[in-house]
Ligand binder design. Structure first.
Ligand SMILES: Cc1cc2nc3c(=O)[nH]c(=O)nc-3n(C[C@H](O)[C@H](O)[C@H](O)COP(=O)(O)O)c2cc1C
Length: 199
């Protein structure tokens, strides 16, 4: 099995990174192929809206997203995580999801009809993790749901949406045993779902 974690925070030792690592740990323990990508270490643009991908499903922007396309295509499961920035995902995560537009194909005459290439082969699975500083869930805003809905529109089945509250300083979430345990449990559920579907 192949799982890819995508960290939407530039803080490599931040809360998002810690929770994604924990959600990936069940895959690691089982000997699966695992990789965690820090979007903050990459140089890439948001979607240019050029529509060059419309007939090819290939993005023409030559930047650090290119190697990621192959990794996404090869993954059985993705775990996306982002800090809450003003009630929504980080700009890096937004750029990442925008750039996945190339996986979609629209009907040439009726753009209300469209599908993602991931709806054609083996189903892919996902989970999302949102982290914010404040203590109540309303402060997460759209962070988790917009990542989840983006993934769903890309043909993924989303297995979990974890919202972690009250974590401000980088790595502070490591002391939150409930959230760390939940991230691990969510990883177990994601892996179990893929296994069941592939059995
Ligand atoms: C630009 C910016 C905007 C933020 N907006 C919010 C917010 O709207 N609500 C909130 O609760 N926390 C907000 N925060 C706090 C972060 O979500 C919080 O520190 C989070 O744990 C950071 O995750 P990281 O360690 O993975 O970077 C913001 C932080 C920054 C830098």
């Amino acid at each position: 099995m192949n799982v890819l974690g995508i960290v939407g925070s530039k803080r490599k030792r931040g809360n998002t990174a810690a929770l994604i690592k924990e959600a990936i740990r069940p895959f690691e323990e089982a000997g699966d192929t695992c990789e965690i990508i820090n979007l903050g270490s990459l140089s890439f643009d948001g979607c240019h809206g050029c529509e060059a991908c419309a007939t090819t499903n290939r993005c023409v922007i030559k930047d650090d997203m290119q190697p990621l396309y192959k990794k996404i295509r090869e993954a059985d499961a993705l775990v996306l995580g982002s800090p809450t920035y003003f009630y929504d995902m980080s700009s890096d995560m937004k750029k990442f999801i925008e750039r996945c537009y190339c996986f979609c194909t629209f009907h040439k005459d009726d753009r209300s009809l469209w599908y993602s290439e991931f709806e054609k082969g083996d189903p892919k699975y996902a989970g999302v993790i949102a982290v914010c500083e404040q203590k109540t869930a309303d402060n997460l805003g759209y962070t988790g749901v917009s990542m989840r809905d983006g993934l769903i529109s890309l043909g993924f089945r989303n297995v979990f949406l974890q919202g972690a509250l009250h974590a401000f300083k980088a790595g502070e979430i490591l002391a939150d045993q409930d959230q760390m345990a939940l991230a691990y449990t969510n990883g177990v559920a994601l892996r179990g779902t893929v296994l069941l579907a592939r059995s």
